[in-house]
Ligand binder design. Structure first.
Ligand code: ZN
Length: 480
C-alpha cells in the first residue's frame, strides 16, 4: 500500500472574508487546506460535498469568522524587552538615553527572548507575517521566528554615521554594514521552510552616508530582496537633509534623486511628505507602513488618505514596544481608522467619518501588507491559485489564516461583519492562528513555545539588560 503523503483539513460553516480581488465574503463558507497550501474555498455545502469523504479532519466553525492572517509591516521585535523604558519622554531622551543604550547592550540571546515575547503578542493579535524594522542580532530573531512558526522579513539595524552613536556602532564602516547583511542573507534567507526572508535595512537617513544608501540600493537589487527604512519621521530630519544634501524638500525628495525610491522599498512612517513627494512615492511603487499609535506619540499625522488616493500601497505596523507598548495589529486597525478620520479636521477643516472605511483598513492589514513585504503572490488573501507574470504561471498561496470568535460581549450584535472586525474586534476575539498550514495558536494557546516560560525568561533578561545598559527609569508619583 502506498504511504499517504498529504493531509487535508476541511473547515466549514464559517464567515470567510477572503480579501481576494473581488472582495468576496462567504456568509457560510468552507475551505480546504492541503498540507501548507489552500486547496479549495467556496460555499460550505459545496466544499463538504466535494471533500468530506477525503478530508482527514473536518472542523465545524459554527459561524465564526475566517480571515487571512494579518501582516504587521513595521515591528522592532528586539525592542520588546524595552517596553516601558521610554514612556512620556522627549525624542532625544528616548533615543540617546533609552533606546540606543538598550539596543547596543543587547546580546543575541536577548534578541531571541525579545522576539519570542514579541511573537507571542503578534500571534495573539492574529499576525502570521511581519516585517522586522531593524535590530542588532538577526540570528537571534531568526531562531525565535523559526520556533514560533511565524513568517517574517528580517533586517539588521544598519547605520554608518550620525552623532552620539554608542561606541560599538560608531566604528562600523559602510562596507561592514553591507558585508554583514550579505552574510545574514546567505545564512538565513529562505530558511524555516521558506518562512524567513532577509531584507536590507537602513535605520534612517540621518544615520546613513550616501555611500551606504547607494550600496544598499544596489545590493538589494543584486539579491532581489527588499529594503526597509524609516522615512520622513520628523521635520528636523527633512531640514537636515535640505541643509546637507541640497534638495528642495526632505528625505523622500532626496531618495527620489538617488533612485532609491523603487518597488522594493518599504518606507516606514513617511509622516512629513508633501504632495510632490506623494507623487514620487506613488510613481515609484514604494510601499508605506503606517504606524498610527507610534505616529501619534512621537511623529505626527501622516497624510494617509492622500497616499491611498494617489494609489500608494499603505499597510499597517505597530512599531516597537517603547514607541507604542501594544504590539497588536488589531489595535492599530482601530486607531488607523479613527486617527485618519479625525485628521481631516487639519486637512480640510472638518472631520470626515467616511475617510478610511473598515474595508480599506482590512485591506491595509492583509493584502496591502502582503504587497508591502513583496509576498502578495502567496499570502494576504484566501484564494486557491493566483496567476502571475506573463506566462500566467499559477501560484498556490500558503495557508496563513486566523479564526475570530465574534460571539462575545465585545462584538455582539453583529449587523455589519466587516465594520465589526475593525471597530469592535479585540485581540481576545482571535482564537486560532494558522501559518504555513500549521496551527501556531489554537483556542488561544500558543502551541510552539511555553508562554509562561517565555514571560519569566523575558522578565529576567530585561532587568539584566537595563542594569548592563545603565538605564534607570525615574519614579512617578509617590512611590512608597
Ligand atoms: Zn521603527
Amino acid at each position: 500500500m502506498e504511504a499517504k503523503t498529504s493531509s487535508l483539513i476541511l473547515l466549514h460553516n464559517a464567515t470567510i472574508v477572503t480579501m481576494d480581488p473581488q472582495s468576496r465574503v462567504f456568509r457560510n463558507g468552507g475551505i480546504v487546506i492541503d498540507e501548507d497550501k489552500i486547496k479549495a474555498i467556496g460555499q460550505s455545502l459545496e466544499i463538504l460535498h466535494e471533500f468530506s469523504a477525503v478530508a482527514d479532519q473536518i472542523i465545524d466553525l459554527q459561524g465564526q469568522v475566517l480571515l487571512p492572517g494579518f501582516i504587521n509591516t513595521h515591528v522592532h521585535t528586539s525592542q520588546q524587552l524595552g517596553r516601558g523604558i521610554a514612556d512620556d519622554v522627549d525624542l532625544m531622551t528616548w533615543l540617546h538615553h533609552r533606546i540606543w543604550p538598550y539596543e547596543s547592550n543587547m546580546t543575541e540571546e536577548d534578541s531571541y527572548v525579545s522576539t519570542l515575547l514579541c511573537g507571542i503578542e503578534l500571534i495573539h493579535s492574529g499576525v502570521t507575517c511581519f516585517a522586522e524594522a531593524g535590530g542588532q542580532h538577526v540570528s537571534g530573531m531568526a531562531r525565535a521566528v523559526d520556533l514560533l512558526g511565524l513568517r517574517a522579513c528580517l533586517v539588521q539595524s544598519t547605520m554608518d554615521s550620525g552623532q552620539g552613536l554608542p561606541e560599538s556602532w560608531a566604528i562600523r564602516t559602510t562596507d561592514d554594514c553591507i558585508q554583514s547583511q550579505k552574510e545574514l542573507y546567505e545564512k538565513h534567507h529562505n530558511t524555516a521552510d521558506g518562512r524567513i526572508r532577509i531584507w536590507l535595512g537602513l535605520r534612517q537617513i540621518m544615520n546613513s552616508t550616501d555611500s551606504l544608501l547607494l550600496k544598499t540600493r544596489d545590493t538589494a537589487k543584486q539579491l532581489k530582496t527588499g529594503i526597509h527604512m524609516h522615512v520622513a519621521e520628523i521635520p528636523y530630519e527633512n531640514q537636515l537633509v535640505m541643509d546637507t544634501r541640497e534638495v528642495g524638500h526632505g528625505t523622500v525628495t532626496y531618495l527620489e534623486k538617488i533612485e532609491l525610491l523603487q518597488k522594493n522599498l518599504l518606507a516606514a512612517h513617511s509622516v512629513w511628505v508633501n504632495d510632490t513627494e506623494i507623487g514620487f512615492l506613488s510613481r515609484a511603487g514604494v510601499k508605506v507602513s503606517h504606524c498610527p499609535a507610534a505616529a501619534m506619540r512621537m511623529l505626527g499625522f501622516a497624510p494617509i488618505k492622500e497616499m491611498l488616493d494617489a494609489g500608494i500601497c499603505v499597510s499597517l505596523g505597530t512599531d516597537g514596544a517603547p514607541s507604542n507598548n501594544r504590539m497588536s495589529i488589531v489595535d492599530e486597525m482601530y486607531l488607523a481608522s479613527l486617527i485618519n478620520k479625525g485628521r481631516e479636521v487639519y486637512a480640510n477643516g472638518t472631520t470626515d467619518p467616511t475617510a478610511l472605511p473598515a474595508e480599506t483598513i482590512l485591506k491595509m492589514a492583509t493584502i496591502n501588507g502582503a504587497e508591502s513585504v513583496l509576498w502578495d503572490n502567496e499570502i494576504g488573501s484566501l484564494v486557491v491559485g493566483k496567476k502571475v507574470g506573463l506566462s500566467a504561471q499559477i501560484i498556490f498561496p500558503w495557508a496563513d489564516m486566523i479564526i475570530v470568535n465574534p460571539f462575545s460581549w465585545s462584538m455582539v450584535p453583529i449587523h455589519d461583519c466587516i465594520s465589526s472586525l475593525v471597530y469592535c474586534m479585540r485581540s481576545e476575539n482571535i482564537i486560532s492562528v494558522m501559518c504555513n498550514g500549521r496551527w501556531i495558536m489554537k483556542n488561544q494557546k500558543i502551541l510552539n513555545v511555553d508562554e509562561g516560560e517565555v514571560i519569566s525568561m523575558a522578565k529576567q533578561a530585561s532587568s539584566e539588560l537595563l542594569k548592563r545598559a545603565g538605564i534607570r527609569i525615574p519614579n512617578r508619583m509617590t512611590l512608597l
